[in-house]
Write a protein that binds this ligand. Sequence first.
Ligand code: ZN
Length: 132
Amino acid sequence: MQKIEHVGIAVRSLDEAIPRYEKLLGTPCYKTEIVESEKVRTAFFQTGPNKIELLESTDPGGVIARFIEKKGEGLHHIAFDSADIEADMQRLAAEGYRLLNEKPKAGADNKWVCFLHPAGANGVLVELCQSR
Ligand code: ZN
């Protein structure tokens, strides 16, 4: 793993959260994108080398809606940049980490992604990602 690629934050409303993060970071949101397979609408911010992803549910039964119901808005996942996501997935599965998808799937912002169960990282949902 090379670096933290982005931090994902679950929000109830992107329309409210985007201007708040634009003011906080002093930079405009550079992209919003719907990821149908995950039932989310995402918004991305770049601050220097770092990225923030805001996630809003597009479906009351979606993972982000359920997360907010249980825990409220806030930090949802940390994504690490992988140079070879399939190799990292194999390595982590062999180490006993539970992968939440068996194959890399198409994620937001032009990435291949794989999520790891939070139990393997002391309660933190981890996302591996590699540019598509
Ligand atoms: Zn993410």
